[in-house]
Ligand binder design. Structure first.
Ligand SMILES: *Cc1c(COP(=O)(O)O)cnc(C)c1O
Length: 381
C-alpha cells in the first residue's frame, strides 16, 4: 500500500540546476544569489528590505534583539505554536507571556492580548499559524500602545490580510518586522532558510550586522571593492547566514509560488466542500479579513463525530493516509511549564485537531480518498 504523506516539498530539475550552478560558480556562502533572492522577495511581498538568514528561528531571535528585547522584558505570544516561537524569546533573556487563541480558531485572541499588556511588555509576537493570518487589529493595538509587532510568518508566505480596503501579502510588513521560514514543511523551501522583511532602514542595517558576526562589511562588498578595505566588528553578532546554494534554490521556488498557492487553495476548497457534509468535523475558519495559503489543513474533531481524534488518526493511517495532531503548545513542554497558566483553547487546538495531507503534487483523487475515509472511518467510538 502506498502512503499519502502529510506534506511533500515540490522540488525539481530547475532547483537542482540552480544549486549545481551555484556550486560550480565557486561562491557558495552568502553572496550574489542571496542578494538576488532578497531583492526578489522584497519586491514580491512589497517590503522595502528583505534579509535572508539560516532559518526562521534565527530571524525571530534577530528581530527581538534588534528591537532591544532583553532580560526583564516581556514578550506576548501564543503558546499554541511551534516551539521555536517561544524559544526565540528565551534566547534574549526576556520572559514569554503566553496568551490563548480564539475560540474555534488557531491565532491569538485580540482581547486576551490587550489584557496581557503590562509595563514590561516590550514586543508583541503574534503568529500567522499554519498560514492563517492573525486578526489585523493586533497591529492597531501595537501602534496604539507603542509596542512593536514582530510577525511570526514562518508558514505564511503568499497569505494575504486585509489592510484598509485592500488585501496585502503578509510581509509588507504591517508591524515592525515579519519573519519567514523555508523549511521543507513550509510553502517554499531552501532546505533550511529564513527571511526578515521590514520597511525600517535602521532595522535592516542592524539585521545585516547581526547575521554576520557583527561584521561591518560583508564578503561580497569586500570582494567587489577595487581598493584594500578592512572590516570592523561594532557589535556581538551571530553566524545566521544563508548560503548561496540555498538562495539559488529559493529564487526558483519563489518564482513557482503562484502555482503552489493556486493548487493549495484548490485542494483546500475541495476539503471544505467535502467536510461540510460530514457531521462532527469542522473545516478551519477563514475570517473575511484573510486569504490563507493553506500551509496546513487543520480539522477539528467534535463530539458528533463517531471517533475520538486519536482513533481517527489511526483509522486514517490504516488506510494509507498520514496525518498529524494539531499544533503543539509551548506551555505543555518542560522548558515552559513553570510559567503555565491554563490555556484551554490552545490545549483543545492540540488535542482535538487533526492535520490532513495537503501539498501541491497531491491529486484531486487523493483529496477525495481522504474525504471518503473521513466520511466512513470504520469503528465507532
Ligand atoms: C516552522 C516554524 C518556525 C521555525 O522555522 P525554522 O525555519 O524551522 O527555524 C517558527 N515558527 C513557526 C510558527 C513555525 O511554524
Amino acid at each position: 500500500m502506498s502512503m499519502l504523506p502529510i506534506a511533500r516539498p515540490t522540488l525539481g530539475e530547475a532547483e537542482a540546476d540552480a544549486a549545481r550552478e551555484a556550486i560550480l560558480s565557486g561562491w557558495v556562502t552568502q553572496g550574489p544569489n542571496v542578494e538576488a533572492f532578497e531583492r526578489a522577495f522584497a519586491q514580491m511581498v512589497g517590503a522595502r528590505h528583505a534579509v535572508a538568514v539560516a532559518n526562521c528561528t534565527a530571524a525571530l531571535h534577530m528581530a527581538l534583539v534588534a528591537l532591544g528585547v532583553g532580560p526583564g522584558d516581556e514578550v506576548i505570544l501564543p503558546s499554541h505554536s511551534f516551539i521555536a516561537t517561544a524559544n526565540s524569546v528565551r534566547y534574549t533573556g526576556a520572559t514569554p507571556v503566553f496568551v490563548d487563541i480564539e475560540e474555534g480558531g488557531y491565532n491569538l485572541d485580540v482581547a486576551e492580548v490587550e489584557r496581557a499588556i503590562g509595563p514590561r511588555t516590550r514586543a508583541l509576537l503574534p503568529v500567522h499559524q499554519m498560514g492563517f493570518p492573525f486578526d489585523p487589529r493586533i497591529f492597531e493595538l501595537g501602534s496604539a500602545r507603542g509596542i512593536p509587532v514582530v510577525e511570526d510568518a514562518a508558514c505564511a508566505i503568499g497569505s494575504e490580510v486585509q489592510a484598509g480596503a485592500a488585501f496585502e501579502l503578509i510581509g509588507r510588513p504591517l508591524g515592525a518586522v515579519a519573519c519567514f521560514s523555508f523549511h521543507p514543511r513550509k510553502v517554499i523551501t531552501t532546505g533550511d532558510g529564513g527571511m526578515l522583511t521590514t520597511n525600517d532602514p535602521a532595522l535592516d542595517a542592524q539585521f545585516r550586522l547581526l547575521r554576520q558576526h557583527g561584521m561591518s562589511m560583508n564578503d561580497l562588498a569586500r570582494h567587489r571593492s577595487a581598493t584594500v578595505v578592512f572590516e570592523s566588528y561594532p557589535i556581538v553578532g551571530y553566524n545566521y547566514r544563508m548560503t548561496d546554494i540555498q538562495a539559488a534554490v529559493g529564487r526558483v521556488q519563489l518564482s513557482r509560488l503562484p502555482g503552489f498557492l493556486e493548487r493549495r487553495r484548490t485542494l483546500a476548497d475541495r476539503y471544505a466542500r467535502g467536510l461540510a457534509r460530514i457531521p462532527g468535523l469542522e473545516a478551519p475558519p477563514v475570517p473575511a479579513y484573510s486569504r490563507p495559503n493553506f500551509q496546513s489543513y487543520p480539522v477539528r474533531v467534535g463530539g458528533a463525530y463517531p471517533l475520538e481524534r486519536d482513533a481517527l488518526m489511526e483509522a486514517l493511517l490504516a488506510r494509507g493516509i498520514s496525518t498529524r495532531r494539531g499544533v503543539m503548545n509551548a506551555h505543555q513542554e518542560p522548558p515552559y511549564t513553570g510559567a503555565a497558566r491554563p490555556l484551554p483553547r490552545s490545549e483543545a487546538g492540540r488535542d482535538r485537531v487533526v492535520l490532513l495531507p495537503l501539498f501541491p503534487d497531491m491529486s484531486d483523487a487523493d483529496a477525495d480518498q481522504v474525504l471518503e475515509a473521513l466520511a466512513d472511518p470504520g469503528r465507532a467510538r
